[in-house]
Write a protein that binds this ligand. Structure first.
Ligand code: BGC
Length: 486
């Protein structure tokens, strides 16, 4: 069982075997509470990712920030999340998963108030950092808590639920923005994020900490009680014995994480985490309205409608495809098909911007209807987001959570998660500047080229892990190292 930052046990991503499925047990009130915690943490993450797309126009109207400041206001939430994710592991080991989730919810609420009341860009940026820190802490502590509480047969479902909740949060943010699409409602949009924070607090308060944490700090009785509450159908003593054994195994040093033995899976996880972001997903999610504005969707209502349905709803819907197929067709096919769809649509998007440059120059500014190239751009964005949502979105997290051997899993997942937040920050921070330096056409072609790199990476370097047990995956790396050193 994982006990370090970003850790979700690798078997969380395992397919449910017929035995697992047969071993059905009751969904207790407690377990429903745990599901609520992981869903709310995902919603909070997603709401915050999505809300800035709609808030930006009002912020621009009020504060007249430069391009760089717009990028800072947009992307520093990610920087806060990177810091939050890095400390969340030690916080949840030291103070418990429950208190860490509560801290995240409180931070999130405080950050939302700072954002809503901000008199200028500087205070707004502070609010964004605080909110981001809360999101980062929750993004590690909540799935960790849920994966430690969930019965084995439901672990896979709980991890998928987290990614699904992120996409639902993004959709809700878009829908709320569409309802309040007047320029000066940005304070309300950002302030409203206090709601999922508050709900997370309410969901977490009555629940116990995880049995793994109680065992770690020597509170066996509490561990047994928590275990019995959420898994009344399982043998409590047996489960606690397993926890004790896995805690003993868990103490790998940082040197071992980076040792030659595990360098390959570490490289795979970190590269996939970075590639996921370098394809431009969060540029599209954060700056969707700007992109549609350039495409000829002139009013904020038109832009927000395009964003809500073509990005938000499609993102949720296509995530279900991954949930249904990741354990059936495998990780590699989903990733490869998804990357082809993403790559083609990014090149089409780039070409649309090429056409739009001419349309803007030559057409009359009086028309406030989307142009043909604008419609093609919308379709390409739908294909892009759909292809991401059934592949790179959920599958990268699935792979990251299953490729590390148990002794280095916590730290391996933490390194990959931090790399993911770092790359997300880089893309959102420099996206607008990049479009100024190399144009929209160049920027989208660059993201498309990253998908080609991603395809080659998956094709040549990523082995299929579907249906393999943890021990088999671990053995795969050992065999690989001995073949290379033989
Ligand atoms: C990514 C996020 C992204 C989200 C979109 C996740 O897998 O890590 O950066 O915003 O998918 O649905």
């Amino acid at each position: 069982m994982a006990t370090d930052a970003g850790a979700v046990p690798a078997d969380a991503a395992r397919p449910l075997s017929p035995d697992d499925a047969a071993a059905k047990g009751p969904i207790t009130r407690w377990l429903a509470g745990v599901a609520a915690v992981v869903m709310l943490a995902g919603l909070l993450f997603g709401y915050d990712q999505g809300i800035i797309a709609g808030a930006l126009s009002g912020i621009k109207a009020d504060f007249h920030p430069s391009t760089f400041v717009i990028e800072v206001i947009t992307s520093w939430v990610t920087l806060g999340a990177l810091a939050g994710a890095l400390v969340a592991g030690s916080l949840s080991d030291r103070f418990g998963r429950k208190r860490t989730v509560i801290l995240a919810a409180v931070l999130f609420a405080i950050g939302a108030v700072i954002e809503a009341a901000a008199p200028g860009s500087a205070t707004l940026t502070v609010g964004r950092l605080v909110v981001g820190f809360g999101v980062g802490v929750a993004s590690v502590a909540a799935p960790l808590y849920a994966s430690e509480m969930a019965p084995t047969r439901l672990r896979g479902t709980f991890v998928s639920m987290y990614q699904l909740a992120i996409t639902i949060g993004i959709f809700v943010a878009y829908a709320v923005t569409q309802g309040l699409a007047e320029d000066h409602s940005w304070r309300l949009l950002l302030g409203l994020s206090i709601v999922p924070g508050f709900l997370l607090l309410l969901a977490m308060l009555p629940l116990p900490d995880s049995s793994v944490w109680y065992m770690k700090v020597g509170r066996r009785e509490d561990a047994a009680k928590a275990m019995h509450n959420v898994r009344p159908d399982e043998d409590v003593d047996e489960n606690l014995r397993e926890i004790t054994a896995s805690l003993g195994e868990q103490q790998a040093s940082w040197a071992e994480v980076f040792s030659t033995r595990w360098r390959y899976p570490l490289m795979l996880g970190v590269s996939l985490a970075i590639l996921q972001q370098l394809t431009g997903i969060n540029a599209v999610i954060y700056y969707a309205n700007n992109i549609f504005a350039t495409a000829g969707f002139e009013t904020p209502q038109q832009q927000m409608a395009a964003t809500t349905w073509s990005i938000g709803a499609v993102n949720v819907a296509a995530t279900f495809i991954a949930v249904a197929f990741v354990d059936k067709v495998g990780r590699r096919p989903l990733l490869l098909y998804g990357l082809v769809g993403m790559c083609l649509s990014l090149f089409v998007m780039g070409s649309c911007f090429y056409r739009l440059a001419h349309v803007t120059i030559h057409s009359s500014a009086a028309s406030n209807q989307p142009t043909n190239a604008g419609i093609v751009l919308l379709v390409a964005m739908v294909i892009f987001i759909g292809s991401f949502a059934f592949s790179l979105g959920p599958v990268v997290w699935t792979v990251i959570n299953e490729i590390y051997p148990s002794t280095v899993r916590g730290r391996g997942v933490a390194v990959a998660t931090a790399a993911n937040w770092g790359a997300a920050w880089l893309v959102t921070q420099f996206f607008l500047s990049l479009t100024e330096w190399i144009g929209e056409v160049g920027t989208f072609y660059l993201f498309g080229a990253m998908c080609v790199v991603g395809f080659a990476f998956v094709w040549f370097l990523l082995p299929e892990t579907k249906g393999k047990t943890l021990a088999e995956i671990q053995q795969m790396w050992i065999d690989r190292t001995s073949r290379r050193t033989a």
